[in-house]
Design a protein. Structure first.
Length: 145
């Protein structure tokens, strides 16, 4: 790619007969080319996972969100996640709980003993209200956009 220009510059009148200068210029150009390629690759890797227009070069990353069950409450009580996100409820309480959809929009968990977790992936946009069927005053809400 740069070889003709290098050969021409090495045979010019100012540096004629100087092989050290010719080698230096060739290495300088190769270094410049390597640096340019490094920068281009870095820029391309920074766009991974972003919506890059009609072609969409890469798929969005799936998001994982945790809801902690502790002190007879869900924390956070309300969350917003993108379509395709997985929400995991983890029981940090001393008693069992059951995560139950208020309107049967997702399957309820089994009884979650202390330390156990339950996950659900939300593939449809909407608002999902849920509660603990053992302790109905415990409520939460997920907005999927």
């Amino acid at each position: 790619m740069f070889a003709p220009a290098l050969d021409a510059s090495c045979h010019g009148s100012a540096i004629k007969g100087s092989p050290v200068v010719c080698r230096f210029l060739k290495q300088l150009n190769m270094g410049t080319l390597a640096c340019a390629m490094f920068v281009a690759l870095a820029l391309l890797s920074n766009t991974q996972g972003r919506d890059s227009g009609p072609g969409k070069l890469s798929a969005p990353r799936a998001e994982k969100t945790e809801v902690v069950i502790d002190n007879f409450s869900f924390s956070p009580q309300t969350i917003a996640v993108p379509v395709g996100a997985t929400v995991t409820w983890t029981n940090h309480d001393d008693v069992p709980h059951v995560v139950t959809s208020a309107n049967n929009r997702f399957n309820k968990s089994s009884v979650l003993k202390p330390g156990q977790a339950f996950s659900n992936t939300f593939v449809t946009a909407g608002t999902y209200s849920y509660f603990c069927s053992i302790h109905p005053r415990m409520t939460g809400q997920i907005t999927v956009r």
